[in-house]
Ligand binder design. Structure first.
Ligand code: GLC
Length: 746
């Protein structure tokens, strides 16, 4: 029963909500009037200038077009935004140039603040493994607070691309393979970046990218063709974008890829029909670096003149570093190829955000050097980064409970090419800083044990080359220690944009190093550091314990040390499937049953199977261990049938049956057994991350409503159909503990 709320309190709350909404509506009217007044004064050149974005030269994040007139253009009002200019001083300096223009329209400064600004947080895929939406939102909020103190108004994040292909290096930047988890994380990140609303000096505009379906590039090769059914697009790839739009994201970024023959930047279907039409998006769309002019390479436009026409017509409002709009839009209007109304709409959208940011009232409000110094040195941010990092570490194996390390451990051999690397802990898309310091695994262990444990070190080999010259020293070091902690994986420059890999093995001779260390017979704990799922079958078989630590940011080593010694009990779960071999890709948990499913591993004749490998992955979506154990029991459903306007309550008991306090992610999956469009054998529809003391139990409750039973039919209508649903609750997509079923009766 819900607690009774006094009537007066309800009225006060409602009045509060109304007045907030009324005030917001009033502010919007005021802003629209200001935009009208400003646009009435603007020449067509000045309007086009607002749709033109250039990069700063110090931090280019793509192929730069030589441009010696950049600052003159800014002064002439021919630039609306700059990316890759950061810092209170630099942004103030460039803004002062912009305010010399005739109408003094301030610039928007944007940067890829993907996982932290001054304080590096774990890469987004690692944070997704935490399944902790509060932690993910906090991470984005701290990034926004730091960036907004450093002259920035706009981040090109969250990246919400679903991907089922770890060959694609950009899986590092996203939230993995699942639309449901990805949608919740997209929303959390938008809220984190935009906080209590634009105009606050701890909030920056989010930019939801890359719209759309960039993560489905054929063969996992970056920028490659994307071709899929509209059904797949709507069911799998669009949901996180919709969630981000519904969360109030200020901007979107389109994508480099073509989708079904149309480059996203030139797609009216994506940008006008769906985003601005069906979803009612009132922000603006920025192209991805040069994607307007890249439509020539795509073979979609003959030249930049045509590319600019297609892009502005399709709803791509701002041209990032493409020089296509600034060079062609005026002529397109004069040639009557583009209606000025299209340009006016785009300009209005850009100016709306500038007013909402408060930049016309105070163009320098984000460029305050004193606040920058204070905020960027806030020690609380590193503590938060360490906490988020701890929550992102996935325990894949812990044979004979070799972890957590005993406090009586006398000596640890810390080995491997990533053991002392602080720089690689940044991961891809980290904001570069002079004299940056990130805590390596070795340093984190030093911080933890001081002189109480003897730490020895050997690199053993490099990340990529084939030399085994360091093996002997590594083996000798291992022989002289109680336990081996070995750090292997990818360098931070091996995942991210334009970092597709056809071979997902651990690079170089690192797994041969594991083999050599295995021969010592010492307990071996492997810290696997990477921006994507790797294939490491030998290590999986032969290590005593494996922690997947991704790239964890500024506090990486301290977080890893806390997990190794049990001061944080790992609670993360994989947000993406780990294949046994590249040949299984694309591999994902929410697959269809097919007409010939494999029921018995020994019976694969004429079944949907490989003759040389099981269909199952190395590690499944939702998988992750703990130092403690949990049971799930007493599944109850409050009724066997539900109507589509009804709700079903599901409860079960979670118990911590081990010796350590810890958190479990209880996952609820559904299977719509028969439908007019075949449904996946399981779909994540809810989860709860529950922390329990050793021996503690808690009832976990889920509510099933129509939304969780709906799907797109063959005509893309979002519907429900009566029928039986299988309900599954587990601690991994391949470890279902409780099952039941219910019927939707109308
Ligand atoms: C890059 C990326 C995009 C990034 C942009 C600006 O090419 O595709 O994610 O935000 O350019 O750096």
């Amino acid at each position: 029963m819900l607690p009774k709320i006094p009537f007066t309190l309800v009225c006060l709350l409602l009045v509060g909500q109304l007045s907030f909404a009324q005030q917001k509506a009033k502010d919007n009217v005021v802003i629209e009037k200001k935009i009208d007044a400003l646009m009435a004064k603007m020449t067509i050149e000045e309007k086009i200038g607002q749709l033109n974005q250039y990069t700063g030269d110090r931090l280019a994040t793509g192929p730069v077009t030589a441009n010696s007139t950049k600052f003159q253009d800014i002064k002439m009002g021919r630039v609306g935004s700059m990316l890759n200019v950061r810092g209170a001083a630099d942004t103030r300096m460039v803004q002062e140039i912009a305010l010399q223009s005739r109408l003094k329209i301030p610039l928007i400064f944007g940067l890829d603040v993907i996982h932290g600004y001054r304080t590096h947080f774990p890469i987004p895929l690692a944070e997704a493994a935490s399944w902790d939406l509060d932690a993910i939102e906090l991470s984005a909020h701290i990034a926004a607070t730091e960036a907004a103190a450093s002259g920035l108004h706009w981040t090109f994040a969250p990246m919400v691309d679903i991907s089922r292909d770890p060959r694609w290096g950009r899986v590092m930047e996203g939230a993995g393979e699942d639309p449901y988890l990805g949608s919740l994380i997209a929303r959390a990140r938008v809220h984190g970046f935009q906080g209590n609303g634009l105009g606050n000096t701890d909030a920056i505009m989010a930019c939801v990218k890359h719209f759309a379906a960039y993560g489905a590039a054929i063969a996992g090769r970056d920028y490659n063709t994307v071709d899929m059914s509209e059904h797949m697009l709507w069911e799998t790839y669009l949901p996180p974008f919709k969630a981000a739009a519904d969360a109030g994201a200020a901007t979107f970024m389109n994508s480099f890829n073509e989708l079904n023959g149309i480059p996203a930047t030139g797609s009216s279907y994506l940008q006008r029909d769906i985003l601005k039409g069906k979803w009612g998006f009132t922000g603006f769309v920025v192209s991805d670096w040069g994607s307007v002019r890249e439509m020539v390479a795509h073979g979609f436009a003959r030249n930049n003149y045509e590319a600019a026409k297609y892009a502005i017509t399709a709803g791509s409002d701002m041209d990032m570093e493409g020089h296509a709009y600034i060079d062609n839009l005026k002529k397109l209007v004069n040639d009557k190829k583009v209606d000025i109304a299209l340009i006016d709409d785009a300009v209005r959208r850009v100016l709306r955000k500038k007013f909402e940011l408060g930049l016309f009232d105070d163009p320098f409000r984000f460029s305050d050097a004193a606040r920058e110094t204070k905020v960027l040195s806030d020690p609380k941010n590193k503590i938060a980064a360490r906490t988020v990092a701890e929550k992102s570490i996935v325990l894949l194996k812990n044979q004979n409970q070799v972890l957590p390390l005993s406090k009586t451990t006398k000596s640890i051999a810390v080995i491997g090419p990533l053991a002392k690397s602080g720089d690689d802990m940044k991961g891809g898309w980290a904001v570069p800083w002079e004299n940056d310091h990130l805590v390596s695994l070795y340093e984190g262990l030093m911080n933890k044990v001081g002189n109480s444990v003897k730490l020895t070190y050997a690199q053993g080999c490099s990340i990529t080359d084939s030399s085994k010259a360091g093996f002997a020293e590594a083996v000798e070091t291992a022989r002289n220690a109680d336990v081996i902690v070995v750090a292997i994986g990818e360098s931070a420059y091996m995942a991210g944009e334009a970092k597709s890999r056809a071979n997902l093995n651990v690079p170089g001779v690192q797994e041969e190093l594991i083999k050599a260390l295995k021969a010592t017979g010492k307990p071996m704990i492997v810290m696997m550091m990477a921006g994507r799922p790797l294939i490491f079958n030998y290590t999986a078989q032969n290590a005593d314990a494996i922690l997947y630590t991704w790239w964890l940011g500024t506090e990486a080593g301290n977080a890893m040390a806390n997990v190794l010694f049990g001061d944080y009990n790992p609670s993360a779960k994989l947000p993406i499937t780990f294949p046994r071999a590249e040949g299984q890709i694309p591999i994902f948990y929410n697959a269809k049953n097919t007409g010939r499913p494999v029921k018995d591993l020994n019976d694969i004749v004429y079944k949907s199977a490989y003759i040389d490998m099981p269909n199952s992955p190395a590690y499944a979506f939702g998988y992750g261990l703990s130092y403690t154990t949990f049971t799930l029991t007493d599944l109850k459903i409050n009724q066997p049938k539900m109507t589509k306007d009804g709700k079903l309550q599901v409860t079960c008991m979670l118990k911590n049956t081990g010796n350590y306090a810890g958190a479990q992610v209880v996952q609820l999956y559904l299977h719509d057994l028969v439908a007019s469009v075949t449904r996946p054998v399981k779909e994540l529809k809810d989860f709860q991350k529950v922390f329990l003391q050793a021996g503690e139990s808690k009832e976990v409750t889920f509510v099933i409503d129509k939304e969780k039973l709906s799907f797109y039919d063959s005509k893309l209508n979002w519907i429900t159909e009566p029928g039986e649903f299988k309900l599954m609750i587990g601690d991994a997509s391949d470890h279902i503990v409780l099952e039941s079923s219910f019927e939707l009766i109308d």
